[in-house]
Design a protein around this ligand. Structure first.
Ligand code: SF4
Length: 339
């Protein structure tokens, strides 16, 4: 692999470290086998070399050009149902008890057959466990070596905990996101401690900072999502703007504590903006961690409506096309980069 490769980690790494990383992912046969055993999988996407660890989700992207340029999405936010019993007032998807399910009966008859191996799919809804074809769909994805992650309301997890555990044990899902809606739940905490591929999800503006204290210092992973002023989130924000802004402010003030409390803390691009994470991060850490704008190698697909877009809150939506590459080409580069 050329010495001149640039990585998203470049600013934070000296040459030696870079070389070590490269040899780790592109070495001789023996080393490749070791990497396979350790969960590392590799592929090329446009001018980007990608290594992803299917056990813990760690991903490294490398290019020897000035800009990363992907040909297809490496991560797809995929809505499979609009059905949900929870009725959350800020639900940006607007999901309800009468919401419809998508048709997952013949995925190979759709663009799904064009998804590449090791693409990450964040399956969401709605309540994903309510979809009558979810189990078969997860088997299909596993057989295609597509990495399925599911996101669940914490109550949905509690109601389906044995089923979800089986999904994990049978490697039908690679990651489980649990969105927190109560101050603390011991069962959720135990589940997250037991299953290292679990990520606790919180929403900036909704989840009080104090709720994180009990979950902290246990080696858990946290994903902070930005507040989506979309769907029912629009009305919620109109009615409770002050409270939402206060929660966002409190989270931003305490962000250094959050970094200390959790083993891994990640953000979607919306949360990066709302919490001014760039200002709390030095150049080295930013260069190391920032994964690029939405739609640079990610996209959103709503299988219920048969639409795709750059993100779940994009106003510009299009009817599903024949291939994932065609759809990605339509949304690629439409979202602004953070610097
Ligand atoms: S936010 Fe999630 S759990 Fe709540 S209503 Fe919407 S889909 Fe259901």
């Amino acid at each position: 692999m050329p010495e001149s490769l640039r990585t998203e980690k470049e600013k934070g790494l000296d040459k030696k470290t870079r070389r070590e990383q490269m040899s780790s992912y592109s070495g001789d046969k023996e080393r490749k086998n070791e990497n396979t055993e350790a969960g590392w999988r590799q592929y090329t996407n446009g001018n980007v070399y990608v290594a992803i660890n299917i056990f813990d989700g760690t991903k490294i992207r490398v290019t020897n050009d000035d800009e990363f340029s992907a040909d297809f999405p490496e991560s797809v936010d995929m809505k499979i149902t609009d059905h949900c019993e929870m009725g959350c007032k800020m639900c940006h998807e607007g999901s309800t008890k009468t919401g419809k399910h998508s048709d997952l009966s013949d995925p190979d008859a759709t663009f799904l057959r064009t998804l590449r191996q090791y693409t990450e799919i964040a399956i969401g809804g709605g309540a994903v466990t309510s979809h009558p074809q979810i189990d078969e769909f997860l088997v299909y994805l596993k057989e295609r070596k597509i990495l399925a992650n599911v996101t669940l309301h914490e109550r949905e997890l509690m109601d389906n905990i044995e089923r979800i555990q089986k999904w994990i044990d049978n490697k039908l899902v690679n990651g489980v996101g649990i969105s927190l809606h109560t101050p603390f739940d011991q069962t959720v905490c135990d589940f997250a401690e037991r299953n290292k591929n679990t990520v606790l999800h919180i929403i900036a503006g909704i989840t009080p900072f104090d709720w994180l204290k009990e979950y902290g210092n246990r080696g858990l992973k946290l994903l902070v999502l930005g507040y989506k002023n979309w769907g029912r989130g629009e009305e919620y924000y109109r009615e409770r703007q002050k409270a939402v802004d206060l929660h966002i402010g409190a989270l931003e003030r305490n962000i250094d504590k959050v970094f200390e409390m959790f083993k891994v803390v990640s953000f979607d691009n919306l949360a990066l903006r709302q919490l001014n994470i760039r200002q709390h991060t030095d150049d080295e850490a930013w260069g190391l961690c920032y994964q690029g704008s939405d739609a640079s190698h990610t996209m959103y697909i709503d299988l219920v409506k048969g639409e795709f877009a750059a993100t779940s809150t994009s106003a510009d939506r299009y009817n599903l096309m024949e291939t994932i590459d065609d759809m990605f080409a339509k949304v690629k580069g439409t979202m602004s980069q953070m610097v």
